[in-house]
Design a protein. Structure first.
Ligand code: MN
Ligand code: MN
Length: 459
């Protein structure tokens, strides 16, 4: 028995067979990233995976029987995967895994199209916490839906295929940036300047705004939409970049939207692949990046409705089921970044600190929040003690996490919304470098350990 605590590098502790598994597993993850860049696309893609594993669509209100493998599609933006088990719900409750599939991006405004200096632009309102300057001078793709008055919904996806055009937000040249350079970053970059360039060739005629007219003509020819149809559209500008291996050793994956697909994918694959008698409820949530509000976010009562129906179906009190349920709130955490060391807890000598280290496995945040843990779900020592035993049994490489230096800032996750239903909940997720940047970075070993952790938890 060792008297000291030391975390382990997940690449170093992996056997040659495990190393191969780590790399193979991440090939699937990269496809998942490239096929789903919006919450809607990730829900659609996950439904395909679930169907391929024998899951069928659930109609809200139907009785759920032991052995059922179901999915419930909430408005195309959030997903509940229900794996109904044989175990006694009154004793074991439900094993809940929840990750979110919305990511920071630029949403088009409702009347987005305008022309200036013979260029056509789309106005945006950013979604979630972004550093605005990171979205300039970058290839962008447009993804989303346009709901027509007829009820038809037109899908739009431009900028991802080879040969597709991309879209673009301009930046000021350094030669003329002297005055900008003296401003603070917060004041130099304005949300109202995040206008996406979409065209530059004028239509025939002598009227004003012929470049805008030409853009509308092209949109109408390709998608059958008019300017008014933008009123009922949800179109997101996202980086037109594919997931790629990083490093000569290919240790890392860089991609848009790791937060939080890097927890969604391990959660989904663990649910679909793991043999268990437990009842498992796996949730892909929307709107986490804007506070989990609305009817596709985790503050929506739908989670309780589904637990109530499960409890009813098994003939057990819903309150009892919730009291015995456990939840891993699967969300990313900040990986310690040696290039910005002062944002994190000081590391003294051999002391590893409380920050999660990249490559050191999946990270558990007992608490999140900011300034005195405010707004945090602070998981109980007893629940974490239970998880320590569960993870040790399956050889999961895991570590602690904390979102940066005390008093510097902070953040929250959906954990507290689950805990509010009397469910033991803790944050567990993959450490990310450059979180919320258009192109984020994770370790392949950490992604794989997340899969192992979720699988161990639902057994
Ligand atoms: Mn997140
Ligand atoms: Mn986030």
């Amino acid at each position: 028995m060792s008297l000291t605590y030391k975390r382990q590098n997940a690449f170093k502790s992996a056997s040659p067979e495990e190393l191969k598994k780590i790399f193979d597993y991440n090939e699937g993850y990269k496809k998942y990233l490239d096929n789903g860049k919006t919450e809607r696309e990730t829900v659609t893609e996950t439904i395909e995976l679930a169907k391929a594993n024998g899951y069928t669509e659930y109609t809200l209100g139907d009785k759920i029987n032991p052995g059922d493998k179901l999915y419930y599609n909430n408005r195309g933006k959030a997903l509940f995967i229900i794996k109904a088990g044989k175990a006694d719900l009154a004793k074991n409750g439900v094993r809940i895994l929840v990750a979110h599939v919305d990511s920071p991006r630029l949403d088009l405004k409702q009347v987005p199209l305008y022309e200036s200096s013979d260029m056509a632009f789309l106005k945006t309102h950013y979604y979630g916490g972004i550093k605005k300057y990171q979205w300039l001078a970058l290839p962008l793709a447009l993804h989303g839906v346009v709901a027509l008055k007829s009820g038809e919904v037109v899908n739009l996806n431009v900028g991802e295929e080879d040969g597709d055009p991309v879209f673009y937000i301009t930046d000021l040249l350094p030669h003329l940036s002297q005055e900008y350079n003296e401003k603070t970053v917060a004041s130099a970059f304005k949300g109202e300047n995040l206008n996406v360039l979409i065209g530059g060739i004028p239509a025939d005629g002598d009227e004003a705004n012929l470049v805008k007219a030409n853009a509308l003509k092209l949109l109408n020819e390709k998608y059958g939409i008019t300017e008014e149809d933008f009123l009922s559209a949800e179109i997101e500008a996202v980086p037109a970049l594919k997931a790629k291996d990083v490093g000569f050793d290919r240790a890392f994956v860089a991609s848009y939207g790791h937060d939080d697909r890097v927890c969604a994918y391990p959660e989904v694959t663990a649910t679909l692949e793991t043999e268990t008698d437990q009842t498992v409820l796996t949730i892909l949530a929307d709107k986490e990046e804007v506070g989990s509000e609305g009817n596709s976010g985790m503050q929506c009562i739908l989670i309780k409705d589904i637990l109530d129906i499960l409890a009813d179906s098994y003939g057990v009190s819903s309150a009892v089921v919730r009291a015995h349920s456990m939840c891993l709130s699967a969300d990313v955490t900040a990986a310690y970044d040696p290039n910005y060391a002062d944002a994190f807890e000081p590391k003294n000598g051999s002391f590893d600190g409380n920050m999660s280290l990249i490559n050191y496995g999946v990270a558990m945040n007992k608490f999140t929040g900011s300034r005195g843990k405010s707004g945090s779900n602070d998981a109980s020592a007893e629940f974490i003690g239970h998880l320590r035993a569960v993870f040790e049994k399956d050889g999961v490489v895991w570590q602690t996490g904390e979102l940066g230096r005390v008093d510097l800032g902070g953040g929250g996750t959906v954990a507290k919304f689950l805990a509010n239903y009397n469910i033991d909940t803790v944050d567990l997720g993959v450490p990310v470098l450059s979180m919320h940047a258009p192109y984020e970075l994770v370790s392949k070993a950490d992604v794989y350990e997340a899969h192992k952790a979720f699988s161990a938890f639902i057994k």
